[in-house]
Design a protein around this ligand. Structure first.
Ligand code: GCU
Length: 417
């Protein structure tokens, strides 16, 4: 029973709240004509013709536009953050993995928010391994049925509660730990609610409460906080000699896909970024006004973005950026955008078109973008430095998705298989 309730709660997190509303456009013929802002034109109107100008001038301009209009501004790394190895099992998962559980305290306050990092590394690795890092929705114990994963606390309806035994492995299909390990990669996962709980009014319970001075229309929202938390996890991974910190790939689904893209834009230590079904405010183009809109985001999830983002409710064409420029901020690092066919709320075509429109920046930096404006069919992945696939089925992360993430990572991070 508890398991069913838990699954229902997890499922409701992923439900497109307003998907069936009559005012939502799902008709391609009703997509308005739009002009995307050009990532390769400076604010002063001059063209960006070389990598130097991109890196020194245009990239910082775009990053700043996303900070001040969309995700908000995040603080620097905390000076008093500590990481403590709370548990290690060199023979986890029937001997296939080394499992480490690390507690990161964001400050030296006794009541500081803390995040639990669950890290699996392939047993018997000959050297440092590449690692997938991502936030999870339901608690670290949902990532795998492994009885050794510590049961932490999870947020339910705005209340922190002890995680329950019966929820172990509830999200295992979205993590595929054994498949990842068998391919020679490690995987690290963190419960996003450890960084900040996901409800309007959750701010006092998360990392943003440690920075009371960060207020105003440009200050960070929860997505900014979760992305910042990923950077703090990276601060920990770079210290682990068993991890190849130059090959850490971010993976995020849905709101956590938006988060992964933003983290990859803000922090260039991440070698590769995967956005799965991230939709509006993530990989898909806002100007298409297809499926979820900026106003839906700001209404249903007012805590996610900075206050300035509300200026673009019903006025997406006024945004000084569009989401292809978020993807371009990751260049020249590999980025993989994934959609699901039945996830029209996230606008799969808009996700594809944004990935395609980041191409000129990749090209300028000597890499190959998607290389096509024609959306591929279902299960026809494209894997250049920018990659894309659309899978059959619903809003989710599945074994098919992970197989492709691993193909893409193999191609770009050259892991030993
Ligand atoms: C809702 C929301 C989306 C978000 C998704 C999720 O559907 O409208 O923007 O991506 O939740 O995170 O599951």
């Amino acid at each position: 029973m508890t398991r069913i309730l838990f699954l229902l709660a997890l499922f409701s997190l992923c439900l497109p709240a307003a998907a069936q509303r009559a005012d939502v456009n799902y008709d391609e013929a009703k997509v308005p004509k739009y002009v995307l802002p050009d990532p390769l034109v400076l604010a002063d109107g001059k063209p960006v013709r070389d990598a130097r100008t991109w890196n020194a001038r245009r990239r910082p301009e775009i990053l700043e536009l996303f900070r001040s209009n969309v995700y908000g501004r995040s603080p620097a790394r905390p000076e008093k953050m500590t990481f403590e190895l709370a548990e290690i099992d060199p023979r986890a998962l029937g001997g296939k993995a080394v499992r480490k559980q690390i507690v990161g305290s964001f400050s030296d306050r006794t009541d500081s928010p803390r995040m639990g990092i669950l890290l699996y590394l392939p047993a018997g690795a000959k050297g440092p391994v590449p690692v997938f890092l991502g936030l999870n929705f339901g608690g670290n114990h949902t990532v795998n049925a492994d009885p050794g994963i510590r049961l932490g606390q999870v947020w339910q309806k705005g209340v922190k509660q002890a995680a329950v035994e019966t929820a172990r492995g509830a999200a295992a299909h979205s993590w595929q730990v054994e498949m990842i390990l068998a391919c020679g990669y490690g995987v690290a996962s963190i419960y996003y609610g450890d960084i900040e709980p996901d409800f309007n009014g959750g701010k006092p319970h998360g990392v943003r409460a440690l920075y009371p001075g960060e207020t105003g229309a440009e200050s960070w929202g929860s997505i900014g906080a979760w992305a910042w938390g990923l950077s703090r996890a990276m601060d920990c991974l770079v210290k682990d000699k068993a991890v190849d910190a130059k090959r850490v790939a971010l993976m995020g689904h849905s709101r956590l896909g938006k988060t992964a893209l933003w983290a990859g834009a803000e922090d260039t230590r991440f070698a590769l970024v995967i956005s799965n079904d991230s939709g509006e405010g993530g990989a898909s183009l806002a100007r298409r006004k297809f499926g979820e809109r900026v106003k839906n985001l700001n209404t249903s999830f007012p805590h996610w973005f900075c206050a300035n983002y509300t200026k673009f409710n019903d006025r997406e064409e006024d945004l000084p950026i569009d989401q292809h420029m978020l993807i371009a901020l990751i260049a020249p690092r590999p980025v993989y955008v994934c959609s699901a066919q039945e996830d029209q709320w996230a606008d799969p075509r808009g996700e594809f078109l944004a990935a395609a429109a980041a191409g000129p920046v990749y090209q300028l930096l000597g890499k190959k973008g998607l290389g096509t404006d024609r959306m591929p069919g279902v299960h026809e992945p494209i894997m250049n430095t920018v990659g894309y696939h659309i899978r059959a089925g619903k809003h989710d992360v599945t074994a098919y998705d992970w197989e492709r993430f691993l193909d893409f990572a193999d191609k770009h991070l050259a892991a030993q298989r």
